[in-house]
Design a binder for this molecule. Structure first.
Ligand code: PHE
Length: 355
């Protein structure tokens, strides 16, 4: 028994002396590892008489627990010391002057922030989801059953298959974020989901990567009037002028009824003026969330309903700020960014103006 007390004393001393986590771990292995001193002694129990075992069993267990406790306690101290040392070493000099002429906010970033400001004023919060999605969130739960022809509308990029797992896709819209939100959050829900989306398409008005903002409202008494009111308020706030809109019936698998919203515009020379004129331009898709989508997310369509909408951020940025070619947006040309970019210090807000 005095052996055990001596072993405990020995390790207690070593543990107190361990100067870093690595040294501490070496001590743990030497004492409690598979071939450690205490483990080997415990293995010796098998050869003892029942009377010896009755005494040595609990004693060795106690020794093992005491050493483990000492190691844990020392470990917390060393971890704290390591963190404090890292914090002290990684200080940042915040007093350096910033040269704001060096960088600008990309118009896509600016427009997403303008949208977030407008919708947060209406009580929406911002939700996000992964760019690489599974078939369930991008299609099936959105009421595109497997094999449904509507899946072909979305020129999908498929990821390479990994093992037995089903092939992932680059999300073709931000609508999977509405699925993730409805599954994880109890209504009432009021979110917008800004982010990157991908479709295999490239010309003057399409790029393989583009940006969307999706909106979703779910509650017990939400109806199409709310949908129209929110979107009408949104476009006037966004274009910073009164904008006349019209809703045209449309089809999306995930909404019923579905509509597209057009804004009135006219072309003067090469300039597009939103809000006035005789022509209509489609700017977003919307509708009442389909009961099958609610069911796929575990919501009872008899109890909950709501609306969703989705729009292309890059196109709205082009319309608002007069950029002629979508592809320039992602060419990373600093001359273009210098011309169309926004000051990073002027935050979009409703009080002093969005842009
Ligand atoms: N997800 C649709 C698209 O990318 C847009 C949309 C969203 C339409 C929500 C209606 C409701 O085409």
């Amino acid at each position: 028994m005095s052996d055990i007390a001596a072993i405990k004393d020995k390790y207690e001393g070593e543990i107190a002396g361990a100067s870093d986590l690595k040294a501490l771990n070496d001590i743990r292995v030497a004492a409690l590892g598979k071939k450690g001193e205490v483990s080997m002694m415990m293995r010796g129990l098998g050869q003892m008489t029942p009377d010896e075992k009755k005494v040595m069993g609990p004693a060795l267990n106690g020794l093992k627990n005491d050493i483990a406790d000492l190691i844990e306690t020392r470990k917390s101290v060393l971890e704290l010391e390591a963190m404090n040392a890292a914090l002290a070493a990684e200080t940042m000099d915040m007093s350096l002057p910033v040269d704001v002429s060096m960088g600008t906010l990309h118009p896509v970033q600016q427009v997403m922030e303008e949208m977030a400001v407008i919708f947060s004023d209406m009580g929406f919060s911002v939700a996000e989801g992964p760019d690489i999605e599974d078939d369930f969130h991008n299609f099936t739960a959105l009421n595109f059953p497997p094999g449904h022809p509507a899946r072909d509308m979305h020129d999908t990029f498929f990821m390479e298959q990994v093992g037995e797992e089903e092939k992932k896709v680059l999300r073709t819209h931000t609508s999977p974020v509405q699925i993730r939100t409805m599954i994880n959050q109890k209504p009432p829900i009021r979110i917008i989901a800004p982010g990157r989306t991908y479709r295999c398409d490239s010309d003057q008005t399409h790029t393989p990567m583009f940006h969307q903002v999706e909106g979703l409202v779910i509650d017990k008494e939400t109806h199409m009037g709310h949908l129209k009111g929110v979107l009408m308020d949104f476009v006037s706030a966004f274009f910073e002028t009164d904008v006349d809109v019209q809703f045209r019936p449309h089809h999306f698998p995930f909404t019923e009824p579905s509509a597209e919203m057009d804004v009135r515009y006219e072309r003067v020379g090469s300039e597009i003026r939103i809000g006035q004129g005789e022509k209509w331009m489609e700017i977003l898709g919307c509708g009442m969330v389909h009961p099958n989508v609610l069911r796929a997310c575990g919501l009872d369509p008899e109890e909950y309903q709501g609306f969703a909408f989705g729009m292309g951020v890059d196109r709205l940025a082009m319309l608002k700020y007069g950029m002629p070619d979508l592809r320039d947006m992602f060419a990373a040309d600093t001359r273009w960014l210098g011309h169309y970019g926004f000051s990073p210090l002027l935050q979009a807000n409703l009080a002093t103006g969005l842009s």
